[in-house]
Write a protein that binds this ligand. Structure first.
Ligand code: AMP
Length: 361
């Protein structure tokens, strides 16, 4: 594992695995600091390419292409958690990689993730490992119904998961998730979903943003409202869980930690080892956005202040919502961010906007 001990000077190159909107916004933030991004992605029409200094179009298991990429850059980061572990480990031997391989692997496997979080004494939903129908039946006997069955790996936006009701048969539930290795979680009757966006530098400095309240539609984030309508005690607990998780992972970069709130109890759902959709509001309400913060962290720069100047509602533009662009552009005080994607498939994240209002005391 290679580290960065001296801040990378302007003109340095940051390699980013993945070329979606998160890489695009990381690249724009890096450019403002005089840093160049080299995007590595398998898709030739990656949204990040248009705003980045260099690109490699190759699959994640093309080790010759990965080696050439590593030689071109001073640090490697990523915009999505499903970077194959072997890819990250291969790059790690050649160039500093942040967040590190250990954090990536922990977040990729829901059993490893929940075991790690519970091990810190932080509440998670009751959970059990599921390998087949027999272990699912045992897990259901222990955890009860309703419950949520999720694939251990590669789940996102509600994909690879199914709810188990009183009458659901375990065979039907297991085939719903294509009979893959899974986790069974007790169903949490939460009142709110919130998240913590935090950053940590190579030297261990930590910055935590204010807590957004997240509203999903069809399992996809629709809005984040800041501040969340939660008590100061719940906000403090959430932020302290974020700080403990990021430190315990010896993490470098920005992390998103998704949580449920039930009464005054905060339960951690999952970790995203990357910049997070529920942190997009920081672009227009903070001196240093989550994207600049991530770039600062991985490049060995000092972190910026996470303090918030304004109240914000961030709204995602999903699929055909993008057709509203002219009406949105006509709102003179709206902070509009469009990702340059050519095709608007249902549920696809096409852009977002931030409605910013003066901060209420
Ligand atoms: P995940 O893929 O783990 O982020 O789950 C996607 C969404 O499913 C969450 O944002 C929740 O709305 C819901 N969900 C996930 N796990 C649970 C659970 N254990 N109890 C209740 N709802 C859940």
């Amino acid at each position: 594992m290679k580290r960065i001990d001296t801040a990378l000077a302007p003109g340095s190159r940051i390699g980013i695995l993945g070329g979606g909107q998160l890489a695009r916004m990381l690249s724009l933030a890096a450019a403002r600091l005089g840093l160049d991004c080299h995007i590595y992605a398998p898709e030739a029409d990656s949204p990040a390419f248009a705003v980045s200094a260099a690109r490699t179009v190759a699959p994640y298991d093309d080790f010759a292409a990965l080696e050439a990429f590593a030689r071109e850059v001073d640090v490697v980061t990523y915009e999505f958690e499903n970077v194959p572990g072997e890819t990250a480990a291969f790059l790690d031997a050649l160039v500093p990689v942040a967040p590190g391989v250990h954090a990536l692997k922990t977040a990729q496997d829901r059993i490893a993730e929940k075991t790690f979080i519970a091990g810190l004494g932080i509440p998670v939903a009751p959970f059990a490992e599921v390998a087949d129908e027999a272990t699912l039946d045992q897990a259901l006997a222990r955890i009860g119904r309703p419950a949520v069955l999720k694939t251990r790996r590669f789940g996102y936006d509600g994909k690879g998961q199914t709810k188990i009701h009183a009458e659901t048969s375990s065979a039907a539930a297991f085939s719903d998730i294509s009979r893959q290795p899974a986790i069974l979680e007790g169903f949490v009757s939460f009142e709110k979903e919130i998240s913590v966006i935090a950053a940590r530098s190579w030297s261990g400095e930590v910055a935590v943003y204010d807590v957004p309240e997240n509203h999903h539609e069809n399992h996809i984030l629709k809005t984040s409202t800041i501040p969340a309508r939660i008590s100061a005690a719940v906000a403090d607990t959430a932020r302290s869980f974020g700080s403990r998780i990021i430190a315990a992972l010896d993490y470098v970069g920005v992390i998103g930690v998704e949580m449920f709130v039930a009464g005054e109890t905060v339960i951690v759902n999952e970790i995203a080892p990357r910049v997070h959709n529920s942190g997009h509001w920081t672009m227009d309400a903070c001196a240093v956005s989550q994207f600049e913060q991530h770039i600062r962290a991985v490049c060995g720069w000092p972190l910026g202040a996470p303090e918030r100047y304004a109240d914000v509602v961030m709204t995602n533009l999903l699929g055909d919502d993008i057709n509203r662009w002219q009406a949105l552009a006509a709102e003179p005080r709206l902070h509009l961010h469009l990702y340059g994607k050519r095709q608007a498939r249902p549920g696809r994240k096409m852009g977002h906007f931030n409605r910013v209002t003066p901060r209420q005391p």
